[in-house]
Design a protein around this ligand. Sequence first.
Ligand code: HEC
Length: 178
Amino acid sequence: MTIRALPLLACLLTLVACDDMNDQPRYDDYEESSLFSDGKALQHPPEGTVSRSGPVEIAALQTRPPMDRALLERGKERYAIFCVPCHDPAGYGNGRIPSRGFPAPPSFHSERLRNVDPRHIVDVITDGYGVMYSYAGRVPPRDRWAIAAYVKALQLSQDAPERLLSAEDRQKLAEARP
Ligand code: HEC
């Protein structure tokens, strides 16, 4: 065998080794097993285990945290990570992912979405909506509320009544008007 053939041989050996991995011993859920004293492969979780989808998570989903600066800052950060790729930083739905062919999300600034309760946004993050998949596995309940609060703030930012502006901003607006 020439030295040149050695890398090829190494590759082939690796492939053979990989093939063995397809056929490893494992248990199916309800199979018998001599590993545990009750003879079952599937074991109860240890006492005191708290389920991630149990009462704690449900309570956190039902309790709307008080709106404060810290919640909004958290929501802004999480929104940037999980939602901006599709919904874009201002919430018009012109993110990078739709620009590459994923169905375009609706703008958060439509009449209908401007009027939704924050709970609807929490529900969309939890369950998904149409072609948008659920973010429940990546965004814990409190963060869902934080993101919902931030989306409401984004909506206000694009549709603020004039009376909410500072005197200085109102002045600038008046000057900018033709
Ligand atoms: C991969 C792209 C993508 C990401 C990321 C994404 N969305 Fe969406 N979202 C969509 C699409 C597409 C729709 C429209 C779905 C439909 O109508 O079938 C949508 C719809 C929505 C709606 C409107 C629901 C309604 O009542 O019409 C809300 C609210 C929303 N998304 C919130 C979020 C939030 C909050 C995040 C971040 C946690 C997020 N989305 C992340 C793609 C995305």
